[in-house]
Design a protein around this ligand. Structure first.
Ligand SMILES: Nc1ncnc2c1ncn2[C@@H]1O[C@H](COP(=O)(O)OP(=O)(O)OP(=O)(O)O)[C@@H](O)[C@H]1O
Ligand SMILES: [Mg+2]
Length: 389
């Protein structure tokens, strides 16, 4: 059918035509936003899920809701090679610049801007011309202790926002790449703004494997955050994700064709978009049939093998490839690390560093002690296809 009218949206962070199966997460986020801007307490959220399950899409969706609710919003994506201070600085600056235009907020904004100037200098961030004119006030956000200074900045921004009758919603994607002390700084800062009922809220998203927190930070994090899990869609939601966008285009799909897509994709949102996209393109006319889906499956797998799966594979060293192949040879995960070692004829301890570096790259994670699994759904199938075992 006409590719110009194809409604499906495979791609990182692309808004799907139907955001299926996420009603609870969205309504909880909406409630939290509504409560926090009204000065009531609510938990911040950390969405956890595998690759391609729709975390970024959800953060964007919640960001839109926040904007409608009068929040200023900031979105950062934690990369592997930048510090949290570097990422936060321009966002905090932008929020304060926006607040500075609001009548009555000027004094609180200036206090926060001058602290931000200290923050930049103590964390050695190069600043733009605007801040040069701002007088630094010693004693604010200049300790060089990230936890302390981030907390102080959040508090000052929260006060400025409250004076302006606004809120600040901070979104952090790929949160698993934050260092332990960076995540701890965010959590301690959220703890503080909660105590003070300031209108600041954090929504983060990342892989299930996050930095291990310890001590006080751990106990705060359990109380201050909820951890909604963003997984595969159940069969009902998966069918909606395909059928509803088709209906909007006046296209039908047979029940068996739909069932086949659900089976092939196992309900993973990224794969649903990919299969929907190809099924549309190969079908000559409505309704889309089982035969169309079979042809679409061949194309979808080809494209995944050359794209989604391959880019991830290309990031691994030879030793790491041997390790993941060892996992795939064992069938479906999760895998015991000792079984992977046995499969490769090695001692588990000798594979420790390889395992750790693949985890560091976000390709595998440890769902429980002594086990590993892929962060990319169906990656084991790909490895078996690729190597013919
Ligand atoms: N609820 C949903 N229903 C249908 N499709 C969805 C849903 N959520 C996301 N998608 C689709 O899934 C794909 C992946 O979404 P997204 O990039 O948000 O995943 P992610 O979890 O952030 O992945 P990664 O961990 O790789 O960053 C996109 O093509 C998106 O359109
Ligand atoms: Mg994402």
């Amino acid at each position: 059918m006409d590719p110009l009218r194809n409604p499906f949206a495979p791609g990182a962070g692309s808004r799907p035509p139907e955001l299926a199966g996420r009603e609870t997460i969205i309504s909880e986020a909406r409630t939290a936003l509504g409560r926090i801007i009204a000065g009531r307490s609510a938990q911040s959220q950390i969405l956890l899920g595998l690759r391609g399950t729709g975390k970024t899409v959800l953060l964007n969706e919640i960001e839109n809701i926040a904007e409608d609710e009068d929040y200023l919003t900031s979105l950062i994506e934690a990369p592997e090679d930048k510090t949290l201070a570097e990422l936060l600085y321009p966002q905090m600056r932008q929020v304060l610049r926006k607040l500075s235009t609001i009548e009555g907020a000027r004094t609180a904004v200036n206090a926060a801007l001058s602290a931000l100037r200290n923050f930049a200098s103590v964390f050695k961030i190069s600043v733009g011309e605007i801040e040069i004119g701002v007088e630094p006030t010693p004693g604010y956000a200049d300790s060089g202790d990230l936890e302390f200074d981030v907390t102080e900045m959040f508090e000052l921004i929260g006060k400025a926002a409250r004076t302006a009758g606004r809120g600040w919603a901070l979104f952090i994607d790929e949160v698993q790449y934050l260092k332990e002390k960076e995540l701890a700084a965010i959590i301690v800062a959220v703890h503080r703004i909660n105590q003070k009922s300031l209108p600041v809220v954090v929504f983060a998203a990342g892989l299930p494997q996050m930095a291990q927190l310890s001590g006080d930070t751990k106990s705060y994090s359990e109380r201050l955050f909820t951890y909604p899990s963003v997984g595969a869609l159940d069969a009902v939601a998966a069918r909606d994700a395909i059928r509803n966008p088709l209906h909007k285009e006046d296209v039908e799909i047979t029940d068996e064709a739909l069932a086949r897509i659900v089976e092939k994709t196992e309900g993973y949102p990224f794969f649903i978009q990919e299969w929907g996209h190809h099924a549309w393109n190969v079908a000559e006319k409505s309704p889309i049939t089982l035969e169309d889906v079979e042809r679409a499956s061949v194309r979808a797998l080809e494209r995944l093998d050359r794209g989604f799966f391959k880019v991830r594979m290309d990031r691994l060293t030879n030793a790491e490839i041997l390790y993941v192949n060892g996992m795939a040879r064992l069938g479906r995960g999760p895998y015991k690390s000792t079984d992977v070692a046995n499969m490769l004829g090695k001692k588990p301890t000798s594979l420790g560093p390889t395992r750790a570096s693949i985890i560091q790259k976000g390709m595998i994670y440890s769902p429980s002690y002594g086990t590993v699994d892929f962060t990319v759904p169906l990656f084991d199938d790909f490895l078996r296809r690729r190597s013919g075992f």
